[in-house]
Design a protein around this ligand. Structure first.
Ligand code: ASP
Length: 306
């Protein structure tokens, strides 16, 4: 049975957004790129990858170019892709690639593994012809210096929690009824080298299943404990995407976890929710104009439309 419509929703991170216009423009470009794939009859998987690649190239976001730095002042990125039929691939603590989300897809399609870490992931990238790439930007170096100085003064913690997240993700439903999700991140500022966040772990930051697909942002350790996106997708068995996202984020709030989530269900209904001051998101459903927003909880909630 296929009685739904193509749809795509993307996020550019929850938290406190310092550059709402940059974030809004970025998620809008990403949703346009991803939806063009769906419009051409492309798959949900290709649509989420097209959207996330745009965000990985945009230095405004904490993924690919623009990833935040570890305590050692280096970039270690995490990314994952998930298909509704159970396909999953991820990389963690990966360096020196421009599009970690494409490497996650390669793990899913070219290996029998689910998650590849660090040097092993970089070796796969080179074997497959991903060229070396330096994703460090001046702005993130300055951010790292400020955070490190504050931590050394005793203000705040190393592996900083709170305030700034800007991970990116997407979830889509294509014309055939297939769903997919993808997420990509630099993690959190001053994280210890080797830290694995929620993004590359199935059911935590990224998940797709028989009822839909979802991608999360926020404090990774908390999202891991809650298996946030698995909860969203399982709830879609009886709830709309919007209701499922809202329920999961309410659960996160009750557990004291800062989080935002997006999702799409089998009908092509999209949803998003967050318990942080703001989030960047954009979505487009077939037959309707795209909607994009970066900031607090105003804007056009999908709940109002479905
Ligand atoms: N969830 C990401 C992490 O903890 C951070 C983010 O959403 O920006 O790695």
């Amino acid at each position: 049975m296929n009685d739904g419509v193509p749809a795509l929703i993307v996020h550019g991170g929850a938290g406190s957004i310092s550059d709402p216009e940059g974030h809004r423009a970025g998620v809008r470009r990403a949703v346009d790129a991803g939806f063009a794939v769906l419009d051409d009859g492309g798959s949900a998987l290709n649509a989420v990858l097209a959207a996330v690649r745009v965000l990985e190239d945009d230095p405004v976001f904490n993924a690919g170019t623009g990833s935040c730095l570890t305590l050692q002042g280096e970039v270690e990125m995490d990314a994952a892709v998930a298909r509704g039929d159970g396909g999953f691939g991820a990389v963690t603590c990966v360096r020196g690639v421009r599009h970690p989300v494409d490497l996650a897809r390669a793990v899913m399609e070219r290996t029998d593994h689910l998650i590849l870490a660090g040097e092993g992931a970089v070796q796969l990238a080179r074997r497959l012809g991903f060229p070396p790439y330096n994703p460090v930007t001046e702005e993130r170096l300055a951010q790292w210096r400020r955070a490190l100085e504050a931590a050394e003064r005793g203000e705040g913690r190393f592996s900083r929690r709170g305030g700034w997240y800007s991970t990116v993700g997407a979830a889509a439903r294509d014309a055939s009824g297939a769903v997919a999700a993808a997420t990509s991140t630099g993690g959190i500022v001053l994280k210890l080298p080797g830290r694995v966040g929620d993004t590359p772990v199935p059911g935590a930051g990224t998940h797709a299943g028989v009822h839909g697909a979802a991608s999360a942002t926020g404090h990774g350790e908390g999202i891991l404990r809650l298996a946030l996106t698995r909860g969203v997708v399982e709830a879609m068995e009886s709830l709309s995407a919007q209701e499922a996202c809202r329920m999961a984020v309410d659960r996160a709030r009750a557990a004291g976890v800062e989080a935002g989530v997006i999702g799409v269900d089998l009908q092509g209904r999209v949803g998003f929710a967050f318990n942080t001051p703001s989030m960047a998101w954009a979505y487009r459903v077939a037959g309707e104009a795209a909607v994009a927003h970066a900031g607090g909880p105003q804007g056009v909630e999908p709940a109002a439309r479905f």
